[in-house]
Design a protein around this ligand. Structure first.
Ligand SMILES: [Zn+2]
Length: 296
């Protein structure tokens, strides 16, 4: 009895909190290139392409924001959202799926995004991707070849990069963070790996050129030089932690070894971040351990 009251109270407060959290969110629209805009509210960056063929959308943030996002899109285009691509399954990128599906969008994602959303008991079947791909897919809309390519075991096991060839814009999903998000988030439990995230950045860098505009998973628009710097940091962290492991250091020791990552950001600089210095060192340790198991 007591327990159920507690649970009920907890549920009410968390709903209240969730609504309160999104009430004051404003959707900011930023032009990126011909046809392409970035939308920011709360959660992952949204990319949209508008034009004669309708709206092509990448990621949709949290469900309580869908109405605001739809209103914002209407200020740029009077056409409906035809396709919505999820760069991966995390709720701050796919939370609005059911709402956009109800509004007429076809949801597209990597096979593993559908699997992960399907196995999440909190997700209704509404909003599941109705078109999935295993490697690549290309859309032809709004004077762009829109090239979608899967990157294996990077931030999760279902990430995709989306490249607008003619507009020269890349959306990286959470395989790349920019700005106030410093260290990467490797979601190891859901198939992410540091080595895979390095490969994802390598692939992204191969596709683009010096004048490409990059929409990261979180943070402001970035350049190829910014993306290269991030790639180099991932390589450096992987190498430093690998070397410490070869020298016999345990996870606990590595977690405390600030010098493995302080050439990029000090622990002080990242102490309030979602991914702190300790967190990225532990993630690197765990990721390298499982990479080794995989190669055996
Ligand atoms: Zn994510």
């Amino acid at each position: 009895m007591k327990k159920s009251i507690l649970i009920a109270l907890f549920t009410i407060t968390s709903i209240g909190y969730a609504q309160g959290r999104f009430d004051n969110v404003k959707i900011k629209i930023e032009p990126v290139s011909d046809h392409i805009y970035m939308l920011q509210g709360a959660g992952g960056n949204i990319g949209i392409s508008v034009g004669e063929d309708g709206v092509f959308m990448i990621d949709d943030q949290f469900a309580p924001l869908s109405d605001k996002i739809i209103t914002a899109i209407k200020t740029i285009s009077d056409k409906p959202v035809k396709f919505l691509v999820n760069t991966h399954f995390h709720g701050d990128h796919s939370g609005g799926n059911a709402n956009f599906e109800a509004a007429g969008a076809m949801i597209v994602a990597h096979d593993n995004v559908r699997k992960r959303l399907e196995s999440n008991e909190n997700t209704a079947s509404a909003g599941l991707p109705v078109i999935t791909f295993s490697d690549d897919a290309t859309f032809y809309m709004n004077e762009n070849d829109i090239f979608i390519t899967h990157v294996h075991n990077a931030h999760t096991d279902g990430d995709a990069l989306v490249y607008f060839v003619q507009s020269n814009v890349l959306h990286t999903g959470d395989t790349y963070f920019h700005g106030r998000f410093k260290f990467p988030y490797i979601d190891i439990k859901n198939g992410g790996s540091l080595a895979g995230d390095i490969e994802a950045a390598k692939k992204g860098l191969l596709i683009i050129n010096a004048s490409t505009k990059i929409i990261p998973g979180h943070g402001p628009i970035a350049s190829k030089a910014d993306y290269q710097k991030y790639h180099d940091m991932l390589v450096g962290i992987h190498e430093n932690v690998s070397n410490a492991m070869k020298a016999g250091k345990t996870e606990e020791e590595i977690a405390k070894m600030e010098t493995l990552t302080s050439m990029y950001y000090s622990d002080k600089e990242t102490e309030k971040d979602f991914i702190t210095g300790e967190k990225i060192r532990r993630a690197a340790y765990q990721s390298i351990t499982s990479e080794k198991e995989m190669s055996h």
